[in-house]
Design a protein around this ligand. Sequence first.
Ligand code: FO1
Length: 312
Amino acid sequence: MIVVFSGGVGGSRFLEGLIQVVPQEDIVVVGNTGDDEEFYGLHVSPDLDIVLYTLAGVVNTKQGWGFRHETFHVMQQLTKLGNDAWFRLGDNDLATHMYRTQLLQQGKTLTQVTDSLRKIFGLQIKLIPMSDQTVRTLIKTSHGIIPFQEYFVKNRSLAIVQDVIYKNAETSRPAPGILKAIEQAQMIILAPSNPLVSIGTILAIPGILEALQKTKAPVAAISPIINGLAVKGPVISMMNSMGMEASAAGIAKAYQNFLDLMIIDKQDEDLQKEITKLGIKSIVTNTIMKDKIAKKKLAQTVLSAYFFKPKF
Ligand code: FO1
């Protein structure tokens, strides 16, 4: 069994490759829910939905989130009613959030609701939210502390990040099945997701970091930074303003307490020495997931670094 820690777009693109080489039922995805937010009384879980929609083949591939061929009638009407509908929830997407909210209100846990959605979308992969408790990623800027989506979407990541706060993380628990999966995994892979606001949020849940340190399984990470540029999102400015080196080596440093293997792009070959000095093995390969074949090759390379033989 392979465990993958995933944020939204980068994580799901990697998973598109992984499901080509490992049967879905042998994959456990731990999804970030720090980006979750309430809009119009609905519980939106962007990263979980991005994984679901991508693997189900219904995602808008251009933007990496939401449905393909989506309409926005509800948003248009909300705008007419005077709402600043800055977070664009499509009509079909809204149905997912209504379904999730309804089940949560009936007393189901986020883990149970996510599993129902997973079945509805026809997936065999196990997708687990990092926690059933409400943990929220907040961004401290010079103008105050704001929720992640407000920083990322409304403010277009323009504010200088002074700090990242994982609200309520200290009193949360890993969702059922996560610690056991980490213990029993053949390999754990940190997807090419933001180390501060995707993977960092998952690691902030008490017990997860310790489980990674304890597991016998090799822990690998794929860099979301290539040649000083982010594959997607504000990772560079975030890491810089947090005093971290914004590179694959900087990411290896952030994970050095538990990381065995760092996957870096060919363009970053010169960073290998720095990573080796941290006591971490590294593989140089093409990490740009431009198409289905490139995604598959990346997954094969990560898996073949250890004992694991892809089953098909
Ligand atoms: N990203 C945007 O840049 N603009 C949006 O209006 C937006 C809406 C949205 C709705 C549902 C959903 O699941 C994701 C959405 N995203 C949007 C993406 C999301 O903000 C981020 O990509 C993740 O939170 C970071 O992984």
